[in-house]
Structures are given as structure tokens and as C-alpha cells.
Design a protein around this ligand. Structure first.
Ligand SMILES: Nc1ncnc2c1ncn2[C@@H]1O[C@H](COP(=O)(O)OP(=O)(O)OP(=O)(O)O)[C@@H](O)[C@H]1O
Length: 250
């Protein structure tokens, strides 16, 4: 299945389409400490949705997002992508489309351009190629002008590093972004740039794209999501108000 086909399928009327991602009774455990990190959880993310996830520190928000991204192995339950279970051989393909963005970016040594080129060296991206003009346009949108591609990553501020990490993801046209406090340690100007990039990516094809955004900032939470879910001690919950809003979509 190509990405275009995936997106087209995700863009079908919400009434008839399967969720972009659906978790069925997924669980995560810390085996060493014999502790449940994520209680049995059902969850659906539809194309077109922007979800905000809040909850106390240590409640399991990152555990949940990383499980949804299939970055950590599930201890129970299944994930479905466009209505299909994800076979082990398709996990790299799934991760290509469902991107996890962490609070502290991990960049490789070298220039910004080296970082943007890196994904295209992986087998799963061999059908695409680095597009410098597109990368420049994305950096322009984030207020980083000409010459930014040539900057050494070791010299970047935390905010600039996060912008690079995000552009590295956005240039690959993901379907969903799982955003784990992406602006929490940034200065206000960089935080705005990150929000702008994500908003433009979403608006470009909002019937096919979706976000889950973890935020501790109530004002930001209002800006970046319409559906609100909470995590407490590994239990995911959805306040009644957003159940009603979601019902109106169905
Ligand atoms: N891979 C792991 N193995 C074992 N324990 C883990 C693992 N990942 C997270 N934990 C533990 O699970 C609990 C939930 O952590 P998590 O990082 O998901 O919290 P959070 O809600 O994202 O918190 P914060 O808002 O501070 O980022 C913590 O007690 C953490 O130490």
C-alpha cells in the first residue's frame, strides 16, 4: 500500500472510514518492577482529529504515545492502522507514517542538511529523495532563513534543534504526529515556530492528518486540540464534553 493510497483512504468521510490508528486493549508493563505502566486501553485516532493529552507527571503519557508509535513493544492488545492489524514486517512502514516527536530532539553530528538527509539513507524511504527546496521552505516558515541547512547541529540552540527535528519528520509527509511535549523546553519564539510548522502541516491535508499532543500548558492545549483526553496512573480517560463533540462527528 502506498502512502498516497493510505492518505486517500484516511481522507474518506469519517462516518465510513476506519480510524487512522485504533488501539484495542493495549497494555504496557515494567516487567523488572512488576508494575503496570499502561492499563488496558482502547483508543481511536481518526483522520482530521487534533487531540490533546494531559495528566500529571509520571502518569504514563509518554508510555502511551510510544506504545502507539510502536517504539516499545506492547505487552497486550493490538494496534490497527486504517482498520488492519500491523504485522511485524510492516512496523517500519507504520513508523514512517506515524511519527513520534520527543521533547528533547536527538540529532546526529554534522550539519542540519546531514540530519535532513539521514532518513533517506534508510531502506523504508528508498522510494523518496531529499528535497532541499522543500526543506528551505519549511525552515522559512519557522523563521529560519537561508544558510540554516549548512549550520552545524552542535551550534544550535535547543529551540533550533527542535525545529530541525520537526522539519526532518515533516519532510517525510507523516499521516499522524504523536507530539510528546515538543515545546516544553523551548523559548516562546521557538515554541511558536514549532506550533506554526505543525499547524501548516495539518492544514495542508487536514482530512487525512491527525495529532495527539501532550502538553502541560492549558493555554497551548486550547490552541492545539479540540478533543481532550487525560492520563492518570496509567488509565486513559476522556471527559464527557469531548465524547459529545466526537459523537457529533460520527
Ligand atoms: N520503558 C520503561 N520501562 C520501565 N518504566 C518506564 C518506562 N518508561 C516509563 N516508565 C515509567 O512509567 C511511568 C510513566 O512515565 P511517563 O514517562 O510515561 O510519564 P509522563 O506522564 O509522560 O510524565 P511527564 O509528564 O513527566 O513526561 C514512570 O514511572 C516512568 O518511570
Amino acid at each position: 500500500m502506498t502512502h498516497q493510497n493510505d492518505s486517500r483512504r484516511a481522507g474518506v468521510d469519517l462516518k465510513s472510514s476506519a480510524p487512522l490508528i485504533e488501539a484495542r486493549r493495549i497494555t504496557r508493563r515494567d516487567v523488572q518492577r512488576d508494575q503496570v505502566l499502561l492499563q488496558s486501553t482502547d483508543f481511536a485516532l481518526h483522520a482530521g482529529q487534533r487531540i490533546v493529552l494531559t495528566g500529571p507527571s509520571g502518569s504514563g503519557k509518554s508510555v502511551f504515545l510510544r506504545a502507539l508509535a510502536l517504539l516499545d513493544p506492547l505487552d497486550g492488545g493490538t494496534l490497527h492502522w486504517h482498520g488492519q492489524p500491523i504485522a511485524p514486517a510492516r512496523i517500519p512502514h507504520y513508523r514512517r507514517h506515524i511519527a513520534y516527536v520527543r521533547q528533547r530532539p536527538a540529532l546526529i553530528d554534522g550539519t542540519v542538511e546531514d540530519n535532513l538527509r539521514y532518513p533517506f539513507s534508510l531502506a523504508v524511504y528508498r522510494d523518496t529523495a531529499f528535497d532541499a527546496a522543500r526543506a528551505r521552505a519549511l525552515f522559512d516558515a519557522a523563521g529560519r532563513g537561508s544558510g540554516f541547512l549548512a549550520r552545524e547541529t552542535a551550534e544550535l540552540s535547543g529551540g533550533e534543534a527542535q525545529i530541525v527535528a520537526l522539519v526532518r519528520v515533516l519532510q517525510l509527509d507523516p499521516e499522524a504526529l504523536l507530539l510528546d511535549e515538543p515545546t516544553a523546553s523551548l523559548d516562546p519564539e521557538s515554541a511558536r515556530a514549532v506550533e506554526t510548522l505543525i499547524a501548516q502541516w495539518f492544514e495542508h491535508d487536514r482530512t487525512a492528518r491527525a495529532t495527539v499532543w501532550v502538553s502541560h500548558d492549558p493555554v497551548q492545549a486550547q490552541r492545539v486540540g479540540e478533543r481532550h483526553i487525560t492520563m492518570r496512573a496509567g488509565v486513559l480517560d476522556e471527559p464527557a464534553a469531548t465524547h459529545a463533540a466526537l459523537g457529533a462527528l460520527r
